[in-house]
Write a protein of this length. Structure first.
Length: 429
């Protein structure tokens, strides 16, 4: 599991899929955002629209490079969600343009889902299973209402739900969501925490060859890691966690985790993650024109970027669809995210006991929250639970899964300047 993705260029097996995903997103998002805003109705949650793309184009869809079908789910709901998460429509379209192809993280989990980063690293496209897709549609209204009530939610931020199908190909469902990790900061440690210990161990001998691997609960505990927040931030953080987990429990969701990325301010950016990660593919550019570091082909000036955003914003405002390929060959370079947990340079800064700022920035969120405690999990529970190990195993019912998750996070959240004695009594609590 590394963050540095593989460039999806014309030779890549998933090039056409990725290209069509982006073409479909661009078309449907600009189509919806070109209309005058309105209130949501119940029908918006169930809505779906199907489009056929081909190389000639028709009265509804513009011509595309390949033939494919694209389905857009609940476009108005996601338009409103993007607005709630402060995503600027023009910026969104720029990030997800098909002119620059994504980088692929491959399939880091066991689920077989694929992950793609937008070219500026702000968004992740995750392919999801049909069951997850159906489930998200089913609970979309609950999710929406939760976001309305909890603008600072730590849950994955969903920006779009779509499906792409190529001739003779499978139907591929996918979501667009926030990349928790910032494009401009090195992440010095990544952990995926569930509050369970069974099988939650990354073999650290593999870290040599894979230094950016995502570690798990047992690695976290063995390394005596903490989420270093003083009382004030801890309180706000845990209270939000509790509200988010209450929703997941209510919807009978489980198997989610807290994804934690740590930026150590004392180490800074010496590893140059950014240059290694943000590989941009520009069609029509000769391979050997790539700059020697293999990094950004072109970094636009801030001014140039602002001008392009303005242009796009104008066309969105004028209620005309954004031209498919226009005004996009630029790269915004800062994570200007909002929300309480994402406002310290895109993350959440550590604090000391006296609530003064600490030497780390945490990038956190609850991810992989579309797994329902269904019959498969119940069967797994039955077998794994036979040995009487229930508190340690991962597939326990959603209520208890959530309780164990919160308890783990709560206990591991403490500022680093606690004395040994204070730590002990906090651990015992
Ligand atoms: P499984 O079901 O086997 O756990 P999955 O395919 O559903 O896997 P996730 O658990 O969603 O995948 O994510 C796998 C890894 O991808 C995470 O541990 C993390 O390293 C990375 N990842 C997932 N979502 C995000 C995100 N929003 N931001 C940054 N990284 C992410
Ligand atoms: Ca997972
Ligand atoms: Ca999963």
């Amino acid at each position: 599991k590394v963050l540095v993705g593989t460039k999806v260029d014309e030779g890549h097996v998933n090039y056409i899929t990725a290209y069509n995903m982006l073409t479909g997103i661009r078309f449907t998002v600009s189509r919806t955002n070109a209309k005058v805003d309105r209130e949501l109705s119940d029908a918006d949650f169930a809505a779906r629209h199907k489009f056929s793309f081909d190389i000639t184009g028709n009265e509804l869809t513009p011509s595309a490079k390949y033939d494919f079908k694209f389905k857009d789910y609940a476009p108005w709901v996601f338009r409103h969600l993007r607005a709630k998460f402060d995503i600027d429509p023009a910026e969104y379209l720029m990030s997800l343009t098909s002119k620059y192809i994504l980088s692929e993280l491959g399939s880091p989990g066991k689920s077989g889902s694929f992950f793609y980063f937008s070219r500026d690293y702000k968004y992740i496209i995750k392919t999801i299973h049909h069951a997850e897709h159906c489930f998200l549609r089913k609970v979309l209204k609950d999710y929406y209402q939760h976001v309305e009530k909890n603008p600072n939610t730590l849950l994955s931020q969903f920006y779009g739900l779509h499906r792409v199908k190529m001739p003779y190909g499978r139907k591929i469902h996918f979501v667009v969501m926030n990349n928790l990790f910032p494009p401009h900061r090195d992440i010095h440690g990544t952990y995926d925490l569930k509050g369970s210990t069974m099988g939650r161990d990354y073999d650290e001998s593999k870290l040599q060859s894979n230094p950016r691997a995502t570690l798990k609960d047992l690695n976290w505990l063995r390394r005596d890691m903490k989420l270093e927040f003083g009382p004030h931030k801890k309180d706000i953080f845990i209270r939000q966690m509790e509200k988010d987990v209450a929703l997941l429990q209510k919807l009978k969701i489980m198997d989610y985790s807290l994804l934690v990325g740590i930026h150590d301010l004392s180490r800074g950016n010496e590893d140059g993650l950014r240059d290694k990660t943000l590989q941009v593919f520009q069609p029509g550019l000769d391979k050997n024109e790539e700059n020697p570091q293999g990094s950004l082909i072109r970094t636009p000036s801030k001014l140039e970027h602002a001008r392009r955003v303005r242009e796009l914003r104008e066309s969105v405002k004028k209620e005309r669809p954004v031209p498919m390929e226009a005004a996009t060959d630029i790269m915004p370079d800062e994570a200007n995210r909002t929300g309480f947990f994402y406002k310290d340079d895109g993350g959440f800064r550590a604090t000391n006991l006296d609530n003064t700022a600490g030497p780390k920035i945490y990038y956190l969120g609850i991810i992989d929250c579309l797994t329902r405690y269904n019959t498969v999990k119940k069967a797994e529970h039955f077998w794994k639970g036979m040995g009487g190990h229930e508190p340690e195993i991962s597939p326990i019912p959603p209520q208890r899964y959530g309780e164990r998750f919160i308890r783990f996070i709560e206990r591991t959240t403490k500022s680093s300047d606690l004395t040994e004695k204070e730590r002990e009594s906090a651990d015992g609590a």
